[in-house]
Design a protein around this ligand. Structure first.
Ligand code: SF4
Length: 426
C-alpha cells in the first residue's frame, strides 16, 4: 500500500525550500504527499525558533497533530528541534526529533521508527544542502547559503543553523539551468546571510550575480542582505542588470548607534543611510524594505525616536517590524533594563504606521511608471495578481494564458485596496 506523508512548515523561506526538497525525497521513495489537514502515515513539522511566537506556533501544531493522529509517525525537525530537543521530547506522541543537520536523513529514521521509543538527533549543523522550493508555478526560492558567523546579540540563528557556508557557483548555475527547463521565470536567492556567500571557497556574491545574469532565467530577486555587505560595485552591477531585480531587503534593526552597538551589528546608522542613498541614486525606482526591532533591552524613548526620525528621512518603501523577543543563550539577555511588553507594542505599532505611510508614498511615486509584471497562477474572484520588478502588487482580470508570463504595464490606476489595476479598459 502506498504510504502518505504531510508537511507543515513554519518560519523563513529557507525552511520552505528545505521542506520542498524533503517532499521530493519522499516522493522519490514512493510516498504520496498529502495536505496537512488529511490523515497521513507520516507527519513532518519543520519548525522555526527565530522568536518566542514562532516556537509557540510550533508547539501548538505539534500538540494538535499528536492529538489528531496518535498512530501516525510524527517527526519534528528544524530550528526549534535543534535548540530545544528536550522540550519537544516531553510531548507524548512525537517519534522523531531531528536538528538542522540530521533532518535530511529523515527517511532513514522513519524506516527504523519504533512508536514505543522516540529518537532525537541534533548534531551541530555543518552540512550544506542546495535546496529549492516553488510557492506557485512562477517563483522559486533557491537556497544558496546557510548559517551565520555574526552572533548579533539578540539572535539565535547561529546556534540553530551553524556557521556560514554556501553552495558553489557552478552547482547553483547547474540547478538554475534545470529550473529554466521547468519554465521557472523568477528565482529568489535565499540564505541566512547571503552577503557572506562563497567566503570559504573564494567566491563572492557579486560573482554569483554576474553568472546568473548569463542564465536563461529572466528574473532574480535577492531575499535579504546585510547593509555592510552591499558594495558600490554590487549596486552599480544591479543598476545595469536586466535580470537582478531592483528590490532590496536590508535589515536596519535600529536607527540609534548606541542600540546598534549593543545589538553587535556591524554598521553604524550612517553606513546604512549611505547604502540606501547610493541605491536610490543609481536605481531611483528600486523598492527597499528594512527590518526593525522595537523595544530592544535598554532602548529609551529618545533612542526609539532617533530610529523613527532616521527612518522618516530615508527613502525606504516598507518596514518589517518585530517586537524584541528574548532568545535562550543570547547576549542581549544580560542587559538588565527591559522594555515593557506594552511599550514594545506601542513602539511596534508606531513603526507599522510609519511603514504604511512609506509604502503609500512609494506607490504614489511610481504612479504612471512602466514596469514588467510576472503574473501568478492564483485566481481570486476572477482576478489574477503579480509583482512588478520593483515589488509593486498589480492585478488584472484573470486570464489563464497570462499565468507565468511577463507583461509590460503602466501603473496608472491605484485601486482602493492599494493594488494597481492594469486592465486595459480602465
Ligand atoms: S546577521 Fe545577525 S541577525 Fe542575521 S542571522 Fe546572523 S546573527 Fe542573526
Amino acid at each position: 500500500m502506498i504510504r502518505t506523508v504531510a508537511f507543515y512548515t513554519l518560519g523563513c523561506k529557507l525552511n520552505f525550500a528545505e521542506t520542498s526538497d524533503m517532499s521530493r525525497q519522499f516522493s522519490a521513495a514512493g510516498y504520496q504527499v498529502v495536505d496537512f489537514k488529511e490523515t497521513a502515515d507520516v507527519y513532518v513539522i519543520n519548525t522555526c525558533a527565530v522568536t518566542a511566537i514562532a516556537e509557540k506556533k510550533g508547539r501548538t501544531i505539534i500538540h494538535q497533530i499528536v492529538r489528531r493522529n496518535p498512530d501516525s509517525i510524527i517527526a519534528v525537525i528544524g530550528c526549534f528541534s535543534q535548540l530545544s530537543p528536550e522540550e519537544i521530547a516531553q510531548i507524548q506522541g512525537v517519534d522523531i526529533i531531528l536538528g538542522n543537520n540530521d533532518k535530511y536523513k529523515i527517511l532513514n529514521y522513519i524506516d527504523h521508527c519504533d512508536k514505543q521509543r522516540s529518537v532525537t538527533s541534533t548534531s551541530s549543523p555543518s552540512d550544506f544542502v542546495l535546496s529549492y522550493s516553488s510557492d506557485d508555478r512562477t517563483r522559486t526560492f533557491l537556497k544558496i547559503q546557510d548559517g551565520c558567523d555574526y552572533f548579533c546579540s539578540y539572535c539565535t540563528i547561529p546556534f540553530a543553523r551553524g556557521h556560514n557556508r554556501s553552495a558553489r557557483i557552478a552547482d547553483i548555475a547547474h540547478i538554475v539551468e534545470q529550473l529554466a527547463q521547468q519554465h521557472v521565470n523568477e528565482i529568489v536567492l535565499t540564505g541566512i546571510n547571503i552577503g557572506e556567500f562563497g567566503k570559504h571557497h573564494h567566491e563572492t556574491f557579486l560573482q554569483l550575480l554576474q553568472v546568473l545574469e548569463t542564465t536563461p532565467i529572466p528574473r532574480f530577486r535577492i531575499s535579504s542582505i546585510e547593509p555592510n555587505l552591499i558594495t558600490e560595485e554590487m549596486i552599480t552591477f544591479i543598476a545595469a542588470s536586466t535580470k537582478i531585480l531592483p528590490h532590496f531587503h536590508i535589515p536596519l534593526q535600529s536607527g540609534c548607534d548606541r542600540i546598534l552597538n549593543l545589538m553587535r551589528r556591524k554598521y553604524s546608522r550612517q553606513l546604512f543611510a549611505d547604502k540606501i542613498n547610493s541605491i536610490k541614486q543609481q536605481i531611483p525606482h528600486s523598492f527597499i524594505a528594512a527590518d526593525v526591532i522595537a523595544g530592544f533591552p535598554s532602548e529609551t524613548e529618545a533612542d526609539f525616536m532617533d530610529t523613527v526620525q532616521f527612518i522618516e528621512r530615508l527613502p525606504l518603501a516598507y518596514l518589517h517590524v518585530f517586537p524584541y523577543s528574548e532568545r535562550k543563550n543570547t547576549q542581549a539577555l544580560t542587559i538588565a533594563e527591559k522594555v515593557s511588553p506594552i511599550e514594545k507594542k506601542r513602539r511596534r505599532e508606531l513603526l507599522q504606521t510609519l511603514s504604511t505611510q512609506k509604502h503609500q508614498q512609494f506607490y504614489q511615486q511610481q504612479t504612471d511608471s512602466v514596469h514588467h509584471v510576472l503574473w501568478e497562477a492564483t485566481q481570486h474572484r476572477n482576478t489574477m495578481y503579480g509583482f512588478t520588478d520593483n515589488y509593486i502588487r498589480v492585478k488584472k482580470t484573470f486570464d489563464c494564458q497570462a499565468v507565468n508570463t511577463i507583461e509590460t504595464v503602466t501603473l496608472s490606476h491605484l485601486d482602493a485596496d492599494g493594488i494597481f489595476s492594469v486592465d486595459s479598459h480602465k
